[in-house]
Design a protein around this ligand. Structure first.
Ligand SMILES: [Zn+2]
Length: 472
């Protein structure tokens, strides 16, 4: 055994020992309100655990990931220089998706940014996941059964916090491709002892029929699909709000922070949304999750799980930390995985962090206003920057608009880039009014084209609503 292999193995064992120290193998909640007592740990306790984990994970990454080793060496930073939260933030610049993509391109097909190699994959490999590829080269992540045990517990804390209890029955309605969301929920429901009615590979009518016949309480899908399926049921002469459905577990798209969409979907189904929002890179577990209080204040929020992830917000230009309470892009240090521990990864959702105590009793940081707009989705039109969700809010705020809309970006003959927003409305004379609404919401001039209701295509998974056909 070479020195390098020995160091790789020793640091891996040390990292896994710290993970095991804080692992609970629960299949039932610790109390009426919480799945785990970790939910109510004090901020001091959480910080101490974060520091202990960071001290073990930095040498582990150096010895087990070529991506991390190259970066440490290039920066002139030793693993021992990253030993707690403060030294991490001071010494380790934010890692971007671009860096990971370049690594994936240079070292296909897995890149070198994960720590699940051939040996681990053969010994205890569990499942392969992939980023959606909506922004460049897809990044692939292999996870082990060791990770799965952590995944189940973190997700159980999140779903229990959202309100799921014994007696609930899940209906996942996704493609079950290599995306973390549905699989993470699936395994967690099993761990929580909640039964599942599989709803993959069928159309809306078939799924509507499943709901009527088998009475699931919990739908698991994207927010776009909830809108679509609800309308399918209405077309069949049925009322989604009168079904057995109580919980809407959504992932894959930002949702709860989009004003108008949350209300529209909850009203349609007469059910409560349970946010489950995260990213493939910093799994295994969801990032943002709901608690019983999350819709009670002025704006909805999501909790983040700080004993297993350290969260920050940074300014979009310099990628340096912004003060708590200020809007910034999310950065996650993932401290819950053998295969994809990450230091300061730029997830890139906009939010405002708050450590103000939450009435639910969880002391973990909150993203106020939820997660609104991933930086990759930012549209730059003639120097004006905005997110598709801002257009969505403007469209939703106008009475009578349909569920779908499209943003079309084109270049005119005179070279000017313009935006047309296509909305569904029964009254085609409303185009100017809707345009005015968008101008008020977003301070952007655009043309609005009104089409008849149910004209725009409805998509099952991640909705494609932006069509950029500008001359580059
Ligand atoms: Zn709370």
């Amino acid at each position: 055994m070479t020195q390098t292999t020995m160091r790789a193995d020793m640091t891996r064992e040390a990292w896994k020992a710290v993970l095991e120290k804080y692992h609970e193998d629960r299949d039932a909640p610790v109390s009426q309100d919480y799945w785990s007592e970790k939910d109510t740990w004090s901020q001091d306790k959480i910080r101490a655990v974060q520091n202990e984990k960071i001290a073990a994970v930095a040498p582990f990454l150096y010895e087990n990931s070529d991506f991390y080793r190259r970066r440490f060496d290039k920066l002139g930073v030793a693993p021992s220089d990253v030993k707690d939260v403060d030294s991490l933030v001071a010494n380790w610049p934010v890692v971007t998706k671009q860096e990971m993509m370049e690594d994936a391109e240079a070292h296909p097909p897995y890149g070198t940014y994960t720590t699940c190699g051939e040996k681990e994959w053969a010994d205890r490999g569990w499942m392969l996941f992939s980023s959606s590829g909506s922004t460049g080269t897809p990044r692939v992540f292999r996870y082990t059964h060791f990770d799965r045990r952590y995944w189940e517990q973190a997700n159980a804390r999140a779903l229990y916090s959202g309100g799921l209890r014994k007696g609930d029955v899940g209906l996942p309605m996704t493609g079950f491709g290599p995306h973390v969301f549905a699989w993470g929920v699936q395994y967690t429901l099993a761990k929580m002892g909640l039964p599942v009615v599989p709803g993959g590979g069928m159309d809306g009518k078939a799924r509507a029929s499943l709901i009527e016949r088998f009475n699931p309480t919990t739908l698991i899908c994207t927010p776009s699909y909830l809108l679509y399926l609800g309308r399918v049921m209405q077309d069949m002469g049925k009322d989604p709000a009168k079904t057995s459905v109580k919980w809407l577990v959504t992932g894959g798209e930002p949702f709860s922070g989009v004003a108008g969409t949350l209300e529209r979907i909850q009203d349609l189904w007469g059910a409560k949304s349970v946010e489950f929002y995260g990213c493939t890179e910093a799994s295994p577990h969801c990032g943002g999750y709901s608690c019983p209080e999350y819709q009670e204040g002025d704006e909805p929020f999501v909790h983040l799980m700080e004993d297993i992830q350290y969260w920050e917000t940074v300014d979009p230009d310099g990628l340096t930390p912004v003060a708590e309470g200020e809007r910034g892009l999310t950065v996650c240090t993932n401290l819950n995985s053998e295969s994809s521990a990450q230091l300061r990864f730029l997830v890139g959702d906009y939010t405002r962090l708050s450590h103000e105590p939450c009435a639910c009793g969880r002391n973990h940081v909150r993203g106020m206003g939820c997660m609104t707009g991933r930086s990759d989705d930012l549209i730059n039109l003639r120097g004006i920057k905005f997110f598709p969700v801002q257009i969505e809010e403007a469209v939703r705020s106008y009475p009578g608009t349909g569920d779908e809309f499209q943003i079309r970006l084109t270049t005119q003959d005179d070279g000017l880039d313009v935006m047309t927003v296509v909305v569904e409305h029964p009254d085609s004379s409303k185009a100017d009014d809707v345009a005015k609404s968008i101008r008020t919401h977003c301070e952007i001039r655009c043309a609005v084209e009104v089409v008849a209701p149910d004209t725009l295509p409805k998509t099952e998974m991640k909705a494609k609503r932006v069509f950029d056909e500008r001359n580059k």
